[in-house]
Design a protein around this ligand. Structure first.
Ligand code: FAQ
Length: 331
């Protein structure tokens, strides 16, 4: 029921000759670095790609609360609990900004949520992995938020105005999230041998799923070429993955932890690390709905949506009552 469709094959980008006059004018605005705003003309495919990407991003923020929410009641200190609670609330806020940005493209939040629940929209693969112990919360902040920032900082310059503006605020908050994760890892890596082993184990389990967050390799990426031509995406999946590895390996070394990759080496010529690819079969299986937690995550989201129906109805009824009262007073 929750299986997600997986497309393969790289999409072709229209040449200038193949574009209509309207499309050429649109592309010229993109090339000049102008922002596209909701009421501007845009090709249908540009609109669809944005709804897909922003919607998927919004769903990821919301589903992404589940693995961490699992640890709010079990955080080791009151301070850690308060920090984690604030972070999880931030993720809900990010989901809201992003749903609002997607709504400016002519789709409602309810429609997007229905599509998610029907397996017609995706959320990030990473949230289909379990959080088994407290060190995993450190690894999520350090690696998952670290990967999210790497992807999202360039998205502040994306061509669609509402998405770009949402990303500016989100990035500020994500950088606090990344630091809180690294702070947990520093405490654990410098703690007892058992704590250090937990930190290493969390790095072992989250390393490759974090590399998968950037999407398939460029040669398998269906949407990259067109999305980059439209400046929806600023970098390719592989470029961002490389930057993430280059940034994260020294952080692991500082912690005294070992990245679980025997092939990891500094490559002087390219000025970056050579590293092993994640298991792409596992990635596509997760996308098909067969990851360790896909079913649990969707069950939890659907339940939350159904349990919240009375509240949404109550809010609507309250809004209608207030509007009617305002009309009566004005008459
Ligand atoms: N998971 O052609 P491409 C966060 C799909 S936010 C699932 O390369 P594209 C905050 C892709 O949709 C994390 N599906 O696709 C947080 C497409 O399938 P479709 C989310 C994936 O769009 C932290 C197919 O594979 N961030 O973590 C994934 O050009 C901690 C082919 O792929 C964003 O969404 C994946 N990892 O590039 C919250 C950022 N990768 O749609 C709580 C915005 C690929 O045709 C706690 N999104 N697919 O059926 C993007 O930058 C892009 O959409 C990419 C994928 C880079 C994710």
């Amino acid at each position: 029921m929750y299986a997600q469709m997986v497309k393969t094959g790289v999409s072709a980008v229209k040449t200038r000759e193949e574009m209509s006059e309207q499309e050429r004018a649109f592309q010229a605005r993109i090339d000049a670095g102008e922002k596209i705003e909701p009421k501007d003309w845009m090709p249908d495919e540009y609109r669809k790609t944005l709804i897909r990407q922003i919607g998927q991003h919004a769903h990821s923020e919301v589903v992404g609360q589940l693995p961490e929410g699992n640890w709010i009641t079990r955080a080791p200190t009151l301070e850690r609990k308060a920090i984690l609670l604030a972070k999880v609330q931030d993720e809900a806020g990010h989901g809201l900004y992003l749903y609002c940005a997607a709504e400016t493209l002519g789709i409602s939040r309810d429609e997007m949520i229905e599509m998610l629940h029907a397996g017609k929209m995706k959320y990030s693969s990473i949230f289909n992995y379990p959080t088994l112990n407290w060190a995993d919360i450190g690894a999520i902040g350090w690696l998952v938020d670290g990967a999210a920032i790497m992807n999202q900082v360039p998205l502040q310059r994306t061509s669609y105005g509402p998405y770009s503006r949402a990303m500016i605020r989100i990035c500020k908050e994500e950088s606090f999230h990344q630091r809180q994760g690294y702070d947990i890892m520093m405490k654990m890596a410098a703690g007892s041998p058992e704590q250090k082993a937990m930190a290493q184990d969390a790095l072992n389990r989250f390393w490759y799923p974090s590399l998968m967050m950037f999407g398939p390799s460029d040669k398998e990426s269906v949407h990259s070429a067109q999305s980059m031509a439209w400046k929806i995406k600023i970098n390719t999946n592989d470029e961002l993955r490389q930057k993430f590895v280059d940034q994260t390996v020294p952080q692991a070394e500082y912690l005294g932890l070992k990245v679980p990759d025997e092939a990891l080496r500094w490559n002087e010529d390219k000025g970056g690390y050579d590293f092993s690819e994640p298991d792409w079969n596992e990635f596509f299986e997760v996308l098909r709905g067969n990851g360790p937690c896909n079913r649990d995550r969707m069950r939890a989201r659907v339940k939350a949506w159904e349990d919240g129906a009375w509240f949404r109805e109550g809010l609507l009824a309250h809004g209608e009552k207030r509007a009617a009262r305002r009309l009566k007073t004005a008459a």
